[in-house]
Design a binder for this molecule. Structure first.
Ligand SMILES: [Ca+2]
Ligand SMILES: [Ca+2]
Ligand SMILES: [Ca+2]
Ligand SMILES: [Ca+2]
Length: 432
């Protein structure tokens, strides 16, 4: 297949094509991933670190007296020898002793002692009341479910409303789940919009979890719980919709097939990013004559005053001297280690202007090509989306947006819905 054919731009219908693997993070000479121009959303790290004591899944084990004594026996009239009693009678009994009344006595191991129930399909085996209890290794929330008699009920509580803006940190609490005995395990899952690769923090098995909802769209969260008898609940479900609030919202996500984990994040101080670094660009028409790569052709990208991107997240050059109250656009999220998103919000575009949207592959960090996806939202509604494959240092001119009409014109030659994207290969700005 030719290089041009491989880069064929796909102008997509509302259903997204991207199948993204898992996520990741990265560094770039002082840049760190995440919110870059928005003081509002608290980071998951902030929340998680604020009260570590609430994050665990400590189980409040019942007293031994709550459980039947497995060693109780009516064999008192039968004499025994110590050697007859020495071997433990099960994985949750200690070695036995011969009592004064002639019966063997096998003390139960403490509740919570790890054990092996002999069943390879279970996990997390622990002793309860002298019996080894395993739990199903995989929890698959059923689509429809009727709680069995005595089974626990999973309950999801959410601090935020069910319709939120992008980059909202959702705080879920499953600790109100209940049953005939205490809840012993939690298992959360999430179905995300195409392109979203956020993860449940700190663990998908915590009673309390946080989730950064950065990509616009519909998310479905589910929770299953087990009780101490190992009985499984039906899944509780909660749907959250993320809707952009700015007049103009632009979102960049990307899929890097050769990155084995697209959800990981680059540790602080690491020398290399753990994922690819693509960048969203948004150009004011006054910057169109700038030639950053000095090839004699003006593309406008990387203009020091008129291109909104990671080094220029809220360009002051967009604010006219005649109206200093004007708010420039704002790049609210930069991602340097795979997946994205990068989010740009613009509350008040200027009538009569035509803005340009671009994507630059800054550095693939050895993970190879990525499929970049750009979605443009007008007043919260998806108005345009396009995807294309980008190699390292490719500069993709995506489209122009006319204001106030909202007309979006792809910067591509399209025939019958298939488009050749406008890509400059090996684009590198001279100021870096
Ligand atoms: Ca990332
Ligand atoms: Ca990675
Ligand atoms: Ca980036
Ligand atoms: Ca140029």
């Amino acid at each position: 297949m030719s290089d041009a054919a491989q880069r064929r731009l796909l102008v997509l219908a509302s259903s997204a094509l991207l199948l993204m693997a898992s996520g990741c993070l990265a560094e770039r000479q002082g840049r760190t991933e995440g919110v870059v121009n928005d003081a509002e959303p608290a980071s998951a790290q902030d929340l998680a670190g604020s009260d570590d004591a609430t994050l665990g899944t400590d189980v409040d084990w019942p007293d031994d007296a709550d459980w039947p004594d497995a060693e109780e026996s009516d064999a008192g009239a039968v004499p025994c020898n110590v050697s007859d009693c020495a071997l433990a009678q099960g994985p949750c009994q200690a070695a036995g002793a011969c009592n004064d009344d002639g019966a063997c006595s096998y003390p139960s191991l403490p509740n919570g002692t790890p054990c092996d129930d002999g069943d390879d399909s279970t996990t997390g085996d622990i002793c309860l009341g002298g019996v080894c209890n395993g739990q199903p290794a995989v929890v698959s929330p059923p689509d429809t479910c009727v709680p069995c008699d005595g089974c626990p009920i999973a309950v999801i509580e959410l601090e935020q409303p069910d319709d939120v803006a992008p980059q909202t940190v959702l705080a879920f609490d499953g600790s109100s789940s209940f049953g005939n005995s205490a809840i012993s395990t939690y298992s959360w899952t999430v179905e995300q919009p195409a392109g979203s690769q956020s993860v449940l923090t700190p663990f998908s098995t915590s009673a309390l979890v946080w989730f950064e909802a950065n990509v616009a769209g519909v998310y479905t969260f589910k929770l299953n719980v087990h009780d101490l008898q190992g009985r499984l609940s039906c899944a509780a479900s909660r749907v959250v919709t993320v809707t952009p609030v700015a007049a103009l919202h632009i979102e960049l996500t990307w899929d890097t097939p050769s990155d084995p984990d697209q959800t990981d994040t680059t540790p602080l101080g690491a020398l290399a990013s753990v994922g690819t670094d693509l960048d969203l660009h948004f150009l004011h028409p006054a910057g169109a004559d700038y030639d950053a790569n000095e090839d004699g052709i003006s593309e406008g990208w990387f203009h020091p005053n008129y291109d909104t991107y990671w080094a220029n997240v809220a360009p002051a050059g967009w604010v006219p001297a005649t109206n200093p109250a004007t708010q420039p656009p704002s790049l609210d999220r930069d991602d340097t280690d795979g997946a994205g998103p990068e989010n740009l919000n613009f509350a008040a575009p200027t009538a009569g202007f035509s803005y340009r949207v671009g994507v630059h592959s800054w550095e693939d960090h050895g993970f190879g090509n990525s499929i970049a996806m750009v979605r443009i939202y007008l007043d919260g509604a998806l108005a345009y989306e396009a995807a294309t494959e980008l190699a390292n240092h490719d500069m993709w001119t995506v489209a122009t947006i006319d204001w106030p009409s909202g007309v979006i014109t792809p910067a591509a030659d399209c025939v019958a819905g298939a488009c050749d994207p406008d890509i400059t290969i090996g684009y590198w700005p001279s100021q870096f």
